[in-house]
Design a protein around this ligand. Structure first.
Ligand code: ZN
Ligand code: ZN
Length: 387
């Protein structure tokens, strides 16, 4: 047998495996819908899967008495679903590949039965880390489904959640939001509230100022998401666009350290992190402040105690100036991408936000290389976070 035969077989098996798991994701989604149906028959079907959630509840602890019902009502039907869809590939695929995928599903089931259902996606947990990666389902991704049953439906890959926009849970989430009266902020506030979130605006001069953040403690202590959408192009640009962002994020982190599910921070970046100011003097202070904040944001992006999302938009029309996109369009697209799991959120018609992604994930290394070429002593960007 040639190398290409094994290559084709491997690719075919990967495809069959992924499709068979996504087929269960569809059934999984329907079972959750059925559980809320007014029809008793559908309720009973949905209740089979509810056993899984009763066994491993939103507190991420097991109810040992439900270990066997979980296997009978959830894990074995999931296996049968996956094997039936795998078997259907006999019509179009190599029977050897189909058989091998069925064996993989069967071996996985045997292990789960031996572990009484406690596989790596269902370990008792005290504090979650936020999921990394954008394709495969990791334990921390699946845990979020147990905390928020209407999102994070994927079992092996996140594709179903990309399609449904269920990579993030918004219903009932408490959002503390700065800049909520601005063009982008008010559009985003409407969208979040339509999705079921509860938005509390934090107003500069009323709830906080650059010298005093004590009045936002209560709101931040109870918030699930801190959304920083304020900014200034002229007055106190560094204080508005960098220092206050960092102060609010650090305060939020310190107030939410005991959470089972670490909170999220969504913050507005800018394409000016990447492109020049084109000699426009009014843009210089703005650019300096946004680039200074981007250095902090790179560290937040790697943090495990918060899920950080960096929203980088092209210019949109607001009080700060005119753009080729409305603030409503920018907000809609931001949320569309966030619902599909984007942590770096490029809302761009110029493409600069896409270029900036490289700088965002590897900026520290790029700056270090640039410093090597200069004689000036290096300044470690991690110092900035510790400051
Ligand atoms: Zn589960
Ligand atoms: Zn479920």
């Amino acid at each position: 047998m040639s190398v290409s035969f094994y290559l084709n077989l491997g690719l075919e098996m990967a495809l069959i495996y992924v499709v068979s798991t996504i087929s269960f994701d569809v059934v999984h989604y329907l079972l959750h819908r059925f559980a809320k149906s007014k029809y008793r028959f559908l309720q009973r079907l949905g209740d089979l899967h509810e056993t899984h959630h009763r066994w491993f509840g939103p507190n991420l602890r097991h109810v040992d008495e439900l270990a066997m019902p979980n296997l009978m009502h959830h894990r074995i039907p999931e296996y049968l679903n996956q094997v039936a869809v795998t078997g259907a590939f006999l019509l179009v695929a190599n029977p050897l590949g189909v058989a091998l995928v069925a064996v993989v599903h069967t071996v996985a089931l045997v292990f789960v039965l031996c572990w009484r259902g406690v596989d790596m996606n269902h370990q008792k947990t005290v504090r979650l880390k936020h999921p990394r990666g954008h394709f495969f389902v990791t334990p921390s991704y699946h845990y979020l489904h147990h905390v928020h049953n209407d999102s994070h439906m994927g079992s092996f890959v996140q594709v179903f959640d990309w399609i449904m926009g269920s990579c993030v849970h918004l219903k009932g989430q408490r959002v503390a939001m700065t800049g909520a009266s601005g063009a982008y902020g008010s559009a985003m506030k409407n969208l979040l509230e339509r999705a079921g979130a509860i938005v509390t605006p934090l107003k500069y001069g009323v709830d906080y100022d650059y010298a005093d953040y004590s009045r936002v403690h209560d709101v931040l202590r109870n918030a699930d998401i801190l959304f920083l959408a304020h900014g200034s192009k002229v007055e106190d640009a560094m204080a508005a666009n960098c220092d206050s962002f960092v102060a609010l994020i650090e305060l939020f982190r310190s107030l939410t350290q005991e959470r089972l599910v670490p909170p999220q921070v969504w913050a507005m970046g800018s394409e000016i992190e990447c492109h020049p100011t084109f000699g426009v003097p009014e843009l210089a202070a703005y650019a300096q402040s946004k680039r200074a904040y981007a250095r902090y944001a790179r560290n937040y992006n790697r943090a495990e105690d918060i899920l950080y999302r960096h929203i980088v938009t092209s210019a949109f029309t607001s009080r700060m100036g005119r753009g080729l996109m409305s603030a409503k369009a920018a907000a809609w697209l931001s949320l569309w991408l966030i619902k599909r799991g984007f942590r770096y959120v490029p809302v761009s018609y110029t493409g600069v936000a896409l270029l900036n992604f490289g700088l965002f994930v590897a900026g520290d290394r790029i700056e270090a290389i640039a410093r090597l070429g200069r004689s000036a002593p290096a300044r470690d960007t991690t110092e900035i976070v510790a400051a």
